[in-house]
Structures are given as C-alpha cells and as structure tokens.
Design a protein around this ligand. Structure first.
Ligand code: SF4
Length: 344
C-alpha cells in the first residue's frame, strides 16, 4: 500500500482512539468513514496524475461516468468523440472510463496504443440486444439490405455493418442510403430508428433493441417534473421513446444537449438522458438549474468505475482491450463510410 494511504489510515485510527466511547454512534462513524474516504480519494487523484505523467497515459471519460471520474479525466465526451480523441493524442496508454464497447471503439481506431478499461465487466445493455449470430442470420436472409449500425455496439457487430452512425449523424446517414434507393436495416436502437422515421417521413427496417435506461423512462414522470418546474425546457436524448421525444423542446445527442443548454436563454431544464450529464451541465452553467426527467435515468454499468479502479488498472496496466485484426479492419471500413457520408 502507498505511504500516503497508510498515513491516512493511521490518522483516521488515531482520531477514533481519542474520542470517548459514547462518541462512537453511527453518525460519527459515518463521518470518519467519509473523512477517510475523501483522504484516500485525494490520494488516488494524486497517484493517477503521477502515473499518467510517468507512463505517458491519458484518461478519457464518458459524460455518464461518476462525477469524480469526470473531474480527473483529460478528455470528457461521448463515445465516438473520445475514440477520435484517443487517435489524435500521442499518449501510449489510453484509460477509457466508460463501458466495454467504447474502449473497443478506441482500440479499433488506435490499434497500436494500449487501451485499458478500468472495470472489465462494465457493459452496455443496448449493445447486448444484438448478437453476431443474429445479425449474420439476418444478413443471410437479406443479402441486399444495407446494415446501418449505431456506435453503441460491439466490434463484431460493427464489422458486419455497412456503415456506423451516432446520435448526431444518424439521420443524415439513414437518409443518404434511402435517397440512393437502398433497403436498410437500422440496428440496434429501435427508438432512434423510429425517431428518424418520424423526422424523415420514410419507412425502413429497425432492429428491436434499445437502451433500457432511456427506453423505460416514463413520460408521466417527465410531465410531473414539468408541473413542478413550468418554466423549464424539456431536453431529451433520441434513445428515449417517442412519447418523451414528442413532449420535448429539444432532442439531441449528449454533446448537442450540452451545447443547447449553454446557448439557450432559458435558465431551467428537465434533462431526459443519463444522470451523469448533469455534472458538466451544472459546471458549465452555474447560474442555470437542471432537473432529471425521470429517476430511472441511471446507467449502473457507467457508475461501476471508481478512482481506485482507474488507479489499479493504470498502475498494473491490466484490463487491456484487444480486437481481432480482421474484425478491426472491417469495423474501420464501416466507420470510414460514416466519415465519408458525413463530409458530403
Ligand atoms: S446508458 Fe444505455 S446505451 Fe449508454 S452505456 Fe448505459 S446501457 Fe448502454
């Protein structure tokens, strides 16, 4: 154990020894636990900073990570933006604080860098809604259909796809293929697919997957918040169902929601996406108020990563992400196709 951590334990033990026995009620114990935790936390932050310099590493964090993880990150963003950032940096080690498919996407774009995921079993419930076998079976039955895949998928699913898209460029990519007269399947998020159909006024096939965090959020809860905060604008991520999107004042990707609240004259917002995004919103807009649209907007996989996990994986260089080279090359083709279309 590091000297500073041992020192913190000694300090905490010494304090508890010198209080009379009556002082040892639950509240005081909680106080000491909190004091000790925050001392240990400070130590992890210092240690992570030291290791980053020593190992020429960067820490990337998704907007849905815990606040303390966001605060130590060199770069904060959505999944594709972070992977592109990983590609541009000359750091040798990328610590990706997010879920598995995100670290995989960083590895796809930066095969010669060491990509580490602090918690190996931090997964994505949306990515789990489509398997390689199911998509292969679909392709065998529909050889002429173009597969457009949301970035929240495994490397294997990306590799089986014709083009990748994000919540920012999904509409443009889908429309591009439809205007070419192509038959398309949009995978795996049914909500983003249905929203695109509504906006484009066109029909296409959509996989039956979803992000449960957004899918099961209730419009009635959002309306309740609206009753409590009548002047607030409702802003939502397109992974929500149409009933929430229809009552929203603005719909966009996480980065677009952040940009919207920064530019808006409104001072109150009901936010319909994962809770973590409230942290940068509040930091960037200290004079504005933010309310979570529904209490269920919490992705537990995104909250698994602690400062200790970041420290451990960077210190020991564990939890490295690997992607099979043939899978990687096909996934890169689908990602390149996305970049090609978005530049048009
Ligand atoms: S919020 Fe949904 S899409 Fe994002 S990582 Fe969690 S389960 Fe996956």
């Amino acid at each position: 154990m590091h000297n500073d951590v041992i020192q913190n334990i000694l300090v905490a033990n010494t304090i508890t020894q010198y209080f009379p026995i009556s002082f040892h009620n639950k509240r005081k114990k909680r106080y000491f636990a909190k004091t000790f935790n925050s001392m240990a936390e400070m130590d992890y932050k210092a240690e992570i900073a030291r290791l980053k310099q020593e190992k020429h590493a960067v820490v990337l964090a998704h907007y849905y990570q815990n606040d303390d993880i966001q605060d130590i990150a060199d770069y904060l963003g959505d999944s594709l933006k972070l992977s592109q950032t990983a590609l541009q940096t000359d750091a040798e080690i990328i610590v990706f604080c997010g879920v598995h498919f995100m670290a995989e996407t960083a590895k796809i774009l930066s095969p010669h860098k060491k990509v580490l995921l602090p918690v190996m079993n931090a997964g994505c419930r949306m990515a789990d809604t489509i398997t390689k076998a199911d998509l292969q079976a679909y392709k065998a039955e529909h050889p002429d259909t173009k597969i457009i895949t949301y970035v929240n998928t495994t490397a294997e699913i990306k590799a089986l796809s014709d083009c990748i898209c994000t919540s920012t460029n999904g509409l443009k990519i889908i429309n591009y293929y439809l205007e070419q007269g192509e038959k398309i399947l949009y995978t795996p998020d049914q909500n983003l697919g249905k929203y695109a159909m509504r906006l484009l006024g066109k029909e296409f096939e959509v996989w039956n997957g979803c992000c449960p965090i957004h899918h099961f959020a209730q419009a009635s809860k959002v309306l309740k918040q609206k009753e409590l905060h009548p002047n607030a604008l409702v802003i939502s991520h397109p992974e929500c169902q149409l009933d929430i999107l229809e009552l929203s004042d603005f719909v966009g990707s996480t980065a677009e929601l952040l940009s919207f609240v920064g530019k808006s004259d409104a001072t109150e917002f009901i936010v319909c996406t994962e809770k973590g995004v409230l942290h940068p919103m509040k930091k960037q807009n200290p004079d504005k108020q933010f309310y979570l649209g529904c209490p269920s907007f919490v992705c537990h996989d995104m909250k698994l990563t602690s400062l200790e996990d970041v420290y451990n994986c960077l210190s020991n260089e564990t939890n490295e992400i690997f992607v099979d080279e043939s899978v990687r090359k096909n996934a890169v083709k689908a990602l390149d196709k996305m970049l090609e279309i978005t530049k048009l």
